[in-house]
Design a protein around this ligand. Sequence first.
Ligand code: ADP
Ligand code: MG
Length: 620
Amino acid sequence: MSSPKRIQPMPAPLVNQIAAGEVVERPASVIKELLENALDAGATRIDIDVEQGGIRRIRIRDNGHGIHRDDLPLALATHATSKIRDIDDLEKVRSLGFRGEALPSIASVSRLSLTSRWHDSEQAWMIRAEHGSEPLIEPAAHAVGTSVEVRDLFFNIPARRKFLRTEKTEFNHLDEVVKRIALSRFDVQISLQHNRRACRQLKVAQNREQQEARLAEVCGQAFIEQAVFTEFAVGEADDGLRLWGWMALPTYSRSQADMQYFYVNGRMVRDKVVSHAVRQAYADVLYHGRHPAYVLFLEMDPAGVDVNAHPGKHEVRFRQSRSVHDFIFRALHKSLAEIRQGDSAAHAVQHFAARPAALATTAAGAYNDTAEGTARRPAYAQQSMSLAAAGRQGVAEHSRAYQQFMQPILSSGEVAKPAAGGTGDDIPPLGHALAQLHGIYILAQNAQGLVLVDMHAAHERITYERLKQAYAEQGIRSQPLLVPETLSVSEKEADFAESHRDMFRQLGFDIDRSGPQTLKIREVPALLANGDVETLLRDVLADLITHGDSQRIHEQINEVLSTMACHGSVRANRKLTVPEMDALLRDMEATERSGQCNHGRPTWIQIGIDELDKMFMRGR
Ligand code: ADP
Ligand code: MG
């Protein structure tokens, strides 16, 4: 061990370089800090110009309020800021920056110059950071606003420079930051140029249509085609939370969590509370291991959120994290539940309520007039329709065949909850069945053209939703078996079944233990009475045992119901009559989340007459 050393204060440049270790990792982090400064200065136009992935040079020019000449040295000094004055300001901070660390940190690991003209000044000034001596200030030409130029990042720290990746990788990181910021501020014009080539040109987006154009530019056309606009608000009494933005349909799920943009008061965050709430909202409609895509904005009282939790400021701490979590979960869960018949960007879900517990839908589809024009749909996408229309046409007719077909699923024997209100001669949203194809698909005709339905997937979803409802309301209706069945199981399974009889009752099973390794099944869920009871029970047992104690089971009960729904749904190759098919279509229209099966696959698609015409080159 070397000899002990005495304590010394660190020189300022070293302090800055150490701080830079936290906030400046790569060109992308420089861009983030500079963009945030421009936005904090009230810029409405920002032009970014980078070379070699930003390693060689980054230049950002804004039209914000600029910096006073006398403040220029302070801008580059550690812990100097114009954004907060005391600790109370920090409580309610609205600006993106406030730590006064970014510029000095960046300046300590690059060659930085800053040119600025203060909003009521005639003259612009430039300051250049000099490593080791006082910065230089000289007159310059510049409109009101600021330009910052950062050259040769990490030129003086070879160890960090080594960690930089290829120009292309660094540029991608940088572009991702630009995208995030671009989505957070539709009111700001942003351009990005790389190696003298224009990469992004984002105009100010004032209305929904323009915002969706920016979304398409940033997240891709497919995202916006597969996304719904949603908006929720709760009253002042509950901190005045507001959540709005776009969420992709479950069918647009991704293998990576790479298209998840969540902003809290305009600041992009990656937060555990938030991502858990979103994941839970999608849990019911997404395959395991798939990730939802969304661009969402949470607005709330700044006092309710602590942004000073991380130097990079991408983590936040909610003071009421439980209620924020529940609000986000409920809002998104409800929106997803209301997506039926494949709404897309053309459809908006809007909600206002007095308190989160009672989120109510009002005026669903009220935005259709403005949004309809922005619908850009792939050839075979599901067709949008307003919930109002779907609800109105609802379940207009119910044939006897339908009653027989669906009867066992329902505990009450009553067929459909939504009241029939259609006029009869309207064409229902999913149309009238024409035929069955290969025992798998239903072909139907509606106003737009042809509808194709995957009958197993659709029936599975309907059964699942019914089971959930029945389970929650009074337990699933059971039916005695004519001859009780004996099932041999492991001792562990027998123990489990014995100690959870009530749980099985709730699920529609009546089971007795008849030996160390045998169970006697007396009653089964009515809808499954004709199915393979043994396999079903084995699957349900396996599900329940996997989920462990009964609290966990309670949380995972939907998975159990989903397994049951799968067993109880029409199999491929089952012949359905036209009235049975019509009944299934009507039921889809009345069922929440019927656009996707329990695994997130689509249940139906629309092929418009115009698409058919195109296929046959039939001009009209
Ligand atoms: P912070 O943003 O945390 O205050 P910075 O080091 O990023 O700290 O910036 C220091 C100060 O310089 C800011 O508080 C602000 O007053 C000023 N500043 C930086 N960039 C700009 C800009 N683009 N336009 C106007 N003022 C700026
Ligand atoms: Mg800053």
